[in-house]
Structures are given as C-alpha cells and as structure tokens.
Design a protein around this ligand. Sequence first.
Ligand code: GNR
Ligand code: NI
Length: 181
Amino acid sequence: MALRTILEFPDPRLRTRAQPVTRFDAALGTLIDDLLETMYAAPGIGLAATQVDVHQRVIVIDVSKEHNEPLTLINPVILAREGEASTEEGCLSVPGIFDDVKRATKVRVRSHDRKGREHEGEYQDVLAVCIQHEMDHLEGKLFVDYLSDLKRERIRKKLEKERRERGSRPAANATGARRAY
Ligand code: GNR
Ligand code: NI
C-alpha cells in the first residue's frame, strides 16, 4: 500500500473527466487500497481517483468513526435522487475551505465493486452528500464550482498564496524544528 499525493485546486488536472473502469484486475485493487490509505491518512470521509491524478471512475468512502466501513464504488451511476438540503462541505483538494452546497438527501446508486460485481444501494444524509461530491470529482467538478465566481476567485487566491508561502519556507524536519543552515 502507498500514500498518493492529492492534487489541489486550481490544478487543471482536477478538471479531467474520468473514464469507466473496464478491467477489474490487480492494478485496480492496488489503486483502491492506495485511495483508502490516502483517505484515512488525510483524514477524509471520501476520495475520488481524480484527486490522485488517476482518471478512472473509482471512488472510496468511509463515514464511520472507527474507519471500519470502507465503501468502494466503481463506475457509479445515480438512478434516483430525492429531497434537497444544504450541507457544509469541505474537500481535500480545497484544503481549509468550507461552504454550504445544496444536494439531494437520498440517492439510489448502481455501481460495481472491486471484483466487478454489480451492486445497487440507497444512501442518505452524509453518505448521499459524499457520494454526490465524489461523483462530481469524476466529472472534473469541485464543490467550489457551486459558489459564486467571486468566492471561488478569493479561494483560489488564498490557496495560491498559502502554497507560495509553504513552498518558499525551508522544510521542517521530523521534530518540527526548522533545518539549520
Ligand atoms: O473529507 C471530506 N469531507 C466532506 C465533508 C462534507 C462533504 C463532502 C466531504 S468529502 C471530503 C473528502 C474529499 O475531498 N473527497 O473528495
Ligand atoms: Ni473532494
């Protein structure tokens, strides 16, 4: 297993539309294991392959506290949606930014598991929100796209400034102290 690097807004690679999975092989298994490990380490409640620069229709989710209810949805399709509610969302690709997004409160989804078996399920509340958020990633869409152009521009500038300041600082060592020159 391995941790993968999560792309951050406004990286243009996050705008790639993912392709359907056609081979349910060992490489797919490795990708899923890496996505789960990267999601738990972050920590986050979901991760789409798009976020680690793999443009295949694979998402992982675990909304449990104990991190013991992993869900893998491959080639997911929403068959039905019900209800509407606004929830505060965040995204590992838009670190430190949280805002309200309106989504369906219940979704019926058809997907495949890692073995290629077809599965249909109904998901509600946090799980429904998370699935819709992750499926947006597969279309190259981010939650900040639902905000105003002005807000999204402000977020872009803030993240670019933070990255600039992070990038020009000497790397910290394992104890958190700055390296001496
Ligand atoms: O960890 C995450 N939390 C979250 C909270 C509210 C709505 C959606 C999410 S998904 C996010 C992880 C992530 O960026 N997945 O793409
Ligand atoms: Ni996200």
